[in-house]
Design a protein around this ligand. Structure first.
Ligand SMILES: [Fe+2]
Ligand SMILES: [Fe+2]
Length: 249
């Protein structure tokens, strides 16, 4: 049964970065041996070369397969060129047993707003058409697709969230993994489970929030999401039935 760690917004190079939390998380991942670690963007704070170099040193210590996507902070100062050089393509797919993931960059250089953009839709559609029969379909991007409660004024939601949500629903996506707001949340929408990860390694939280990350178990017939807060408060657990089939054990 595939287990995915979903973390986001570590912001290496920021004054808010908490290296001791990232140490703890890397240690937990070493012990838990998940099938995949998703880092849903904002790996760096300003997209600068030395911040990317430091983020790379941290990411290289994660002992699991990785699926990364850049965030708006990573594309600041045209930082996405470093992302491509150090971490690979900004648009990519990944396969786990019974699971098919598609990750897409939602950032634009020096803009906080998110956008996938209609020029990317054909690539997305093609990517989902290549999903193996019966596989659980997962979409990963940085910016949130739906408003996140407790996150202050709503802004920077994907500019083309409506068109993208329709595309994801039409392609029978089961699970969406995002970040950006530094507030963990889960929505159920049109048969999809939409999971927003908080900030995994900064104290730039909102209100009385805590740094957090999500641990997601896929299958055999449901998705289980645990939002974890480094022990500062109990895990929040969500179950979501898989409607298309079961994941092989
Ligand atoms: Fe962030
Ligand atoms: Fe962000």
């Amino acid at each position: 049964m595939p287990r995915v760690y979903h973390l986001s917004d570590i912001h290496v190079g920021s004054a808010h970065f908490l290296p001791e939390l990232l140490e703890r998380l890397i240690e937990e991942i070493r012990a838990e041996r998940p099938d995949l670690v998703v880092v849903a963007g904002d790996l760096t704070d300003k997209g600068l070369p030395h911040q990317y170099a430091e983020a790379k040193r941290w990411i290289d210590r994660i002992e699991a397969p990785l699926l990364l996507t850049p965030g708006n902070h990573d594309s600041r100062n045209v930082g996405y060129v470093h992302f491509e050089e150090l971490f690979g393509a900004r648009y990519r797919t990944h396969r786990l047993p019974g699971v098919y993931l598609v990750a897409a960059d939602s950032s634009e250089p020096d803009l906080d707003e998110g956008r996938i953009g209609r020029t990317i839709y054909p690539w997305l559609e093609e990517a989902f058409h290549r999903a193996p029969e019966g596989a659980v379909r997962v979409f990963v991007t940085h910016h949130h697709l739906l408003p996140v409660p407790g996150a202050g004024r709503e802004r920077n939601i994907l500019q083309d969230a409506g068109d993208l949500l329709r595309l994801l629903v039409e392609h029978e996506v089961d699970l969406v993994l995002t970040g950006h707001k530094h507030v963990p949340w889960v929505w159920r929408f049109e048969g999809m489970l939409i999971v927003n990860a908080g900030t995994a390694a900064t104290n730039r939280v909102r209100g009385k929030g805590h740094p957090s990350y999500a641990v997601i178990d896929l299958g055999p017939d449901r998705v289980t999401v645990r939002q974890r807060y480094y022990g500062a408060r109990p895990d929040e657990v969500y179950h979501h039935p898989l409607t298309k089939g079961v994941i092989p054990r």
